[in-house]
Design a protein around this ligand. Structure first.
Ligand SMILES: C[S@@+](CC[C@H](N)C(=O)[O-])C[C@H]1O[C@@H](n2cnc3c(N)ncnc32)[C@H](O)[C@@H]1O
Length: 327
């Protein structure tokens, strides 16, 4: 396996996390993210400049969220270190055995799900554009004694830093809404899948995005258009996992209708094998929802009014040839 910059950090037994360890200076960011994306015209030179700027705003919020999420009860890092898997039963059932297979996790945050796939026998690579997230993931892997590779990269720049192809590309659970261009995302998925390789997405159903987060949901009253390519700008403290006051309060997100996600995947050579919609979801999307013992969140009343979560299972055509990238 090829070595990538920054991945080979010596093991320090019993190391603990201090606040300063989550801090990444501007200089360090520059050093770790400079080649070759900066040389090729800036982070994610393949997407519109305005969206590149929006993604950097988001990255600030994600960077700041890492230590907060690391300590958040919903991420429950201590129980992960004791062996708990953070994967959802739907994901485990959809992929079946992953033993010995190479798996690429796009937008892996600080790696709990990636490492959970590794515990099931996959040879994992996680990618995220947040350097504190990637560093934390590397440290967690060492602490848990799990072999894994974590790379810092914007999804749209990944072909600049990674040259492999994988048996499985996995993503989701709060990933797609942060991406401005779903067609280029699908091109990335296809680019990193081996011919015949498997793809899995478990994600918020995009219809849930038409309901505002704030004020808390009280009725099904759509406020945001489902069909818009505009970025949604929101200003708020905290995240889905913390209510902490934050320096980075602005985020930009995008709604990607089901048809667009599927047709983009198909266009780039991913054959769709199964699509499912669920009336419950993987997080407390609305304050009126309650959790079951498998970690899915349900409406107490009127469950089934709208889909809350969806999944896509696919496979790259075995006839597919490796395309040039970016498209
Ligand atoms: C909600 S997490 C999803 C991961 C996982 N399901 C979890 O909850 O830990 C979203 C991740 O997407 C990453 N992200 C957002 N936009 C990205 C981009 N353009 N390229 C790479 N990573 C990105 C963020 O840094 C964040 O870690």
């Amino acid at each position: 396996m090829r070595r990538y910059p920054g991945e080979d950090v010596p093991h320090r037994p019993g190391e603990s996390w201090t606040k300063s360890e989550f801090h990444v200076s501007a200089h360090e960011y520059w050093e770790e993210t400079r080649p070759p994306s900066y040389l090729s015209g800036g982070e994610s030179g393949t997407v519109k400049k305005s969206d590149t700027r929006r993604m950097s705003v988001n990255r600030g919020k994600w960077d700041e969220s890492v230590p907060l999420h690391f300590a958040a009860p919903s991420y429950d890092v201590p129980s992960f270190l004791r062996g708990r898997s953070t994967l959802k039963s739907i994901e485990v059932k959809s992929l079946g055995s992953v033993k010995g297979e190479t798996l690429l996790h796009l937008q892996c945050h600080f790696g709990l799900d990636t490492l959970s796939w590794a515990r099931r026998g996959a040879r994992v690579t996680g990618v995220d554009f947040s350097l504190p997230a990637v560093r934390t993931a590397r440290r967690l892997a060492r602490r848990a004694g799990i072999k894994a590779r974590f790379l810092q990269s914007n999804i749209y720049d990944l072909s600049h830093v990674l040259d492999d192809q994988f048996d499985i590309v996995y993503t989701g659970r709060g990933a797609l809404c942060w991406l401005p261009d779903i067609d280029r995302w699908a091109a990335t998925v296809a680019r990193f899948l081996k011919p015949g390789g498997r793809f899995l997405l478990l994600e918020d159903h995009p219809i849930t995005d038409v309901f505002p987060n704030d004020p808390p949901f009280t009725g099904l009253e759509p406020k945001i258009p489902y069909f818009t390519s505009h970025a949604l700008r929101e200003v708020y403290d905290g995240t889905y996992a913390t209510s902490a006051k934050m320096k980075h309060r602005v985020t930009y997100s995008w709604i990607h209708p089901v048809s667009k996600v599927l047709s983009s995947l198909i266009r780039h050579g991913v054959e769709i094998e199964a699509v499912e919609e669920f009336p419950y979801t993987f997080w407390q999307r609305f304050s009126t929802m309650t959790e079951d013992r498998l970690g899915y969140w349900h409406f107490r009343e009127n469950e089934g009014l709208i889909p809350m979560m969806w999944s896509v299972r696919g496979r790259k055509s075995s006839r597919a040839t490796r395309r040039s990238f970016p498209t």
